[in-house]
Design a binder for this molecule. Sequence first.
Ligand code: PDD
Length: 297
Amino acid sequence: MPAPLPPDTIVYAHGDFRPLAQASYALEERGVLFADGVYEVVRYDRGKPFALKPHADRLANSLDGIDLPGLDADEVADLSNELVKRAGHDHCKVYWQVTRGDLGPRDFLIQTPTDFKPNLTLIAYPTPPLQRDATALPPSGGAIIVEDCRWTKCWIKSLMLQPASLAKTAAHKAGAVEAIFEREKPGTTESHITEGSSTNVFIVRDGQLLTHPNDGWVLPGITRDVLLDAAQNELGLPFAEQTFTAADLKAADEVFVCSTTQLTAITSVHGQPIGDGQPGPITTAVNKAYTERILAD
Ligand code: PDD
């Protein structure tokens, strides 16, 4: 288990920077009662944010998606930078959380008062520095495939993370590092792989990268975009944003998952090796390009 943050850790809460020990949530906070909120996770390397603007833009979309007014996402990005400066972290991930706050007694109906202010919380978690040797093999591990039982608006980075958390825990219990979701969408007759519990999924087939399209059934991952851009403009790798099945994934030459905090080679699924059971050359090349972009930023 990760060590708890010391109580004097500086966070942003209640409209100001303050020690963690002086921040708390109301019992009737809608973020707790209804998971009524959205979030982001941003990587900082050497005190500098990576892909800050795309995170702010996605936060704005998520806020629109749940009809939560009253917050300028670019100002949240500025506060995040200020937090990292005050906390003095070189390497960290900053968790941004916006909830609807305490609107009184528990009620499904959302009644937004005229003086409404969203509840914004920012927490910086120190992280180990990125593996500096870009030629090193990426971290790797196994995966399991589970039913995607989440809601349909997966483009919103919602706090409703119970299905994802249960899936990740099932993966952990199976000795795997990620649970990969599979879903039969309305109007289709076949299940497809959507994404991981907290990652986007890529497979490599005959030298081509495949990942699920950004059609609302997956989170529009920022790392996913960075990797597709690197594939196109740097590595000259063919790619397609298209659906694929669990059978395609199991038969792939390589599989990897990615998010702001990780790129991980998936070397087995339900214990069956992918390819030769080692991180493959394309995964390694993509990881190298990703690492170099973070270091160059
Ligand atoms: N998770 N898909 C899901 C369901 C995710 O939760 C995430 C990120 C991603 C990757 O998105 P990005 O590359 O923008 O981080 C895809 C974060 C890191 C989390 O929940 O902690």
